[in-house]
Write a protein that binds this ligand. Sequence first.
Ligand SMILES: [Zn+2]
Length: 331
Amino acid sequence: MAISFYTDFDPAYGEVTQLAPLVRRVVAKNGNPFTWKGTGVYLIGRGDVAVIDPGPTMDEHLDAIEAAIGPDEQINHIVITHTHTDHTAGVAKLVARTGARTYGFGPHGPVPEKDPLESISFDEYFTPEEKAKIDKEWAEMPDELKREGPDTDFRPDVVVAHGEFIVGDGWSLEGVHTPGHTSNHLCFGLSDDGDGQKVLFTGDHVMGWATSVISPPDGDLFDYLNSLDLLLERDDDRYWPTHGTAITDPKPFVRSFIEHRRGREQQIIAGLSGQAATIKDLVPGMYAEVDKRLWRAAANSVYSHLLALHREGRALPLDGNPSLSATWRLA
Ligand SMILES: [Zn+2]
């Protein structure tokens, strides 16, 4: 179940890094427990440039994106992996600055009016000092950085379906629909990065530093696992995720993700053996090694597993209504 994460990443915020002849990156300084060290924005091509996921709205970050290209270059395409604010919040401002067209799978899926996560809390696991520190950091954090919130405003100018290409001067990006983290998640394939490497920009589908958060109802574990299988059918040399550094052993890495989820499912089944339990009961044991600030998000991932088990007739909520706060038992 162990995943060999890529934890060696020390981005120079606000500076452009040339990763390959056709690939540059600027990292935004919006690090938090969800974005790790910040949103990595990729610039594809020379002259005719595409930006993959502009990231947050901070002006100094958008300045850095514009400063990353030369005077004879133009950002003509803004390409979106998925509609979470740490990826898309800066789209409108970057469009205003550049006049670029936007590309994506489509708008965000339906979002419940009340955040289901409000029904669950792990506050009692924090010391008063930890709680005070977290509350202070939270109060000082700009709203858009607070969580990986859905962006329900984004509408792409150009809809990109699975297998369709966005074509620029000297490059093309292949849309690879990879629902799971969100229903509209796309990865983008570049068949040659200028160094002869076939690369895939994996957004939040496969990241080097952590597994994806799956938040029902838009996030779906069944889709996510199918979307991992889909990557195993490809022959990419490396992945560039939005958060973190290059993944240079794509297939073993993806296989370890699939194994990891199977392991989580086994933990849930073990946790429900001989007793009914809530998600709140299960999370602290299952995620003991993970930052406690991520436990509420982890609750969503456990919920996505339970929904999958429920669909397969293997687990049931005692009251008959699947929810984050239900008590669950094995069928
Ligand atoms: Zn995301």
